[in-house]
Ligand binder design. Structure first.
Ligand code: NDP
Length: 323
């Protein structure tokens, strides 16, 4: 019996192709001299798509009539048109939980780096400035209140770590979370007013598009610190640059940006921003765990079993719209 065809969007962890090849015929889109020509050639046979993130718009889903599963090696799936997938009976799987601790660790690192100006202090030493004078005093985490936007898996892991630093935590999301004792604030502006550190770990997508903008930064105030490990699209980046430049807020630590990998020159020029190139899950250990889960989802499907981690918008077994 022939193996199902999988379209691989980009290079994945080294073990992935070996793990998939007994069960799938692999087509490497990123290696194709003309990706469009490859899709035209193999598109009618493609039953699965995999990759590390990447954009999967409706047009691609609709060019693949036999497509049944999209397995992304990421927990965020805002780049995938899940509505189109659901309409076409395609299950989408992501990689929840296996990256939660890694991302939460990085969020705390970014928070401390921003508050205590760790990158600038290190630059002071490396650039030979220390003998000419000590590094200036910084602001502190002591006495602050932290608000988390999106108290999901990663948000809860961040909250646990922040609480261990003996700092109070409250949160905003669309719903009050069951089983947590942190105070819930039912509006984003309300949370920004209540705290002086805001950590965003909300997903991207139409619903959250630029929901953090001028009003939120004004509510956070001149002593406010903004950290984003969620998605760049959640933030109005021009408003953030303005707020950092004009002292509307004190500083920001960002792992994600609106138009990655392009970061506005205005943001790069600001001394009160710590900027990371979307590395929150980027360790060997965690990227392997994510890739393994992406593979396991595909292998389960190939055996006729339920994929392990379908996203809520495309439950298993799939139901085609109107059926
Ligand atoms: P979860 O789904 O567990 O949590 C998402 C949280 O966001 C939920 O608490 C949800 O609460 C809240 N949320 C969803 N929609 C909205 C909305 N419209 N307004 C306010 N809050 C909202 O996901 P994870 O914690 O596993 O991951 C969260 C996100 O972190 C990912 O989607 C991804 O974008 C980002 N991420 C970034 C990484 C990086 O490298 N920087 C790595 C991994 C993840 P409620 O439903 O109550 O609104």
């Amino acid at each position: 019996m022939s193996k199902p065809d999988v379209l691989m969007l980009n290079a994945m962890r080294p073990f992935v192709e070996g793990a998939l090849s007994p069960s799938f015929e692999i087509h490497r889109l990123w290696e194709a001299p003309d990706p469009n020509a490859l899709i035209a050639e193999v598109g009618p046979r493609i039953m699965a798509i995999t990759g590390f993130g990447g954009r999967i718009p409706r047009e691609l889903i609709e060019r693949l009539p036999e497509l049944k599963i999209i397995s992304t090696s990421s927990v965020g799936y805002d780049g995938i048109d899940v509505k189109a997938a659901a309409e076409h009976g395609v299950v989408v799987t992501n990689t929840p939980d296996v990256l939660t601790d890694e991302v939460a660790d990085l969020a705390l690192g970014l928070l401390l780096a921003t508050i205590r100006e760790i990158p600038r202090a290190e630059h002071h030493l490396r650039s030979g400035q220390w003998p000419r004078g000590t590094y200036p005093l910084t602001t502190t985490l002591r006495g602050r209140k932290v608000g988390i936007i999106g108290l999901g898996r990663i948000g809860k892991a961040i909250a646990q770590r922040v609480a261990a630093f003996d700092v109070p935590v409250s949160y905003y999301g669309r719903h009050k979370q069951a089983g947590v004792s942190y105070p819930y604030v039912d509006s984003l502006l309300g949370l920004a007013k209540d705290v002086d550190v805001l950590i965003c770990v909300a997903p991207g997508g139409a619903e959250t598009q630029r929901m953090i903008g001028r009003e939120v930064f004004e509510a956070l105030g001149p002593n406010g610190i903004f950290i984003n490990v969620g998605r760049g699209s959640v933030v109005d980046e021009a408003a953030l640059v303005h707020a950092l430049r004009n002292g509307t807020i004190l500083s920001a630590g960002l792992d994600v940006f609106e138009n990655e990998p392009h970061v506005p020159a205005e943001l790069i020029a600001l001394p009160n921003a710590v900027l990371l190139p979307h590395v929150a899950s980027a360790s060997d250990h965690t990227r392997d765990a994510m890739a393994k889960l992406a593979v396991d989802n595909l292998l389960a499907w190939a055996k006729g079993e339920a994929p392990l981690t379908p996203v809520p918008e495309t439950p298993w077994p799939p139901v085609k719209a109107g059926v």
